[in-house]
Design a protein around this ligand. Sequence first.
Ligand code: FPP
Length: 247
Amino acid sequence: MAIFSKKTETAQVDYNHLPRHIAIIMDGNGRWAKKRGLPRTAGHAVGAETFRTIATFCKELGVEYLTVYAFSTENWKRSQDEVGAIMKLLKKYLFEAIDTMEKDKIKMEFFGDLSRLSPELRELCESTREISKRYDGFQANICLNYGGRDEIIKGMQKWQADCAAGLVNPEDLTEASFSQYLFSKDVPDPDLIIRPSGEVRTSNFLLWQSAYSEFYFTDVLWPDFSKEDLLEAIASYQKRSRRFGGV
Ligand code: FPP
């Protein structure tokens, strides 16, 4: 099977067997802007709107979890201007989300080390988390200052501290018990991971959780990613035979 998507007119989706958890590497914002002679930050602004559209669509479809890679532990290497613009967009989005959460009933969680964020953004994340506790149902997870390797190391450190405090026995460690030390605790592993923009790598995204995820790659740049593109990805996922290492 080709790893890149093959565009059909209308995606054939079985709406009764949707992936429970979709994860997306929102890539291609910079190239989208460059193609139009715009600053990279314009690509991120449109990318943030795409996130809003796709999150709402996932909720309407009945997908239970959507996890997006918004800012990686490596993204700090970008120019101050670009980092600042992404943080500003996140603040704007969270302010608006807090206002509409009651109506939208979208739960939000954050995966990543939030300690490096500005106090204002951290507080917004905490408030959104708190408000989310009132709702059940669709959950959007935003990966912020997130790295898969960092997540595993931080998980190991917390587990070691629990061992040293006598709260857990090292011999009892299992994959399931270790999962509880990750940012994604209580969230099922992603069934489908989508990477737009033509890049074919995981870039340190959900390293532990993606062990048996199905991957879908498309050349479409994230700001152009549409509901139809999401349906194409789901249709492709539904054609796969998931064996989880069995036969
Ligand atoms: C990757 O594209 C994108 C990012 C590092 C930033 C993603 C952030 C947003 C979409 C905005 C805020 C998010 C939310 C959830 C409101 P790139 O810049 O690496 O693109 P390129 O590979 O074409 O340069």
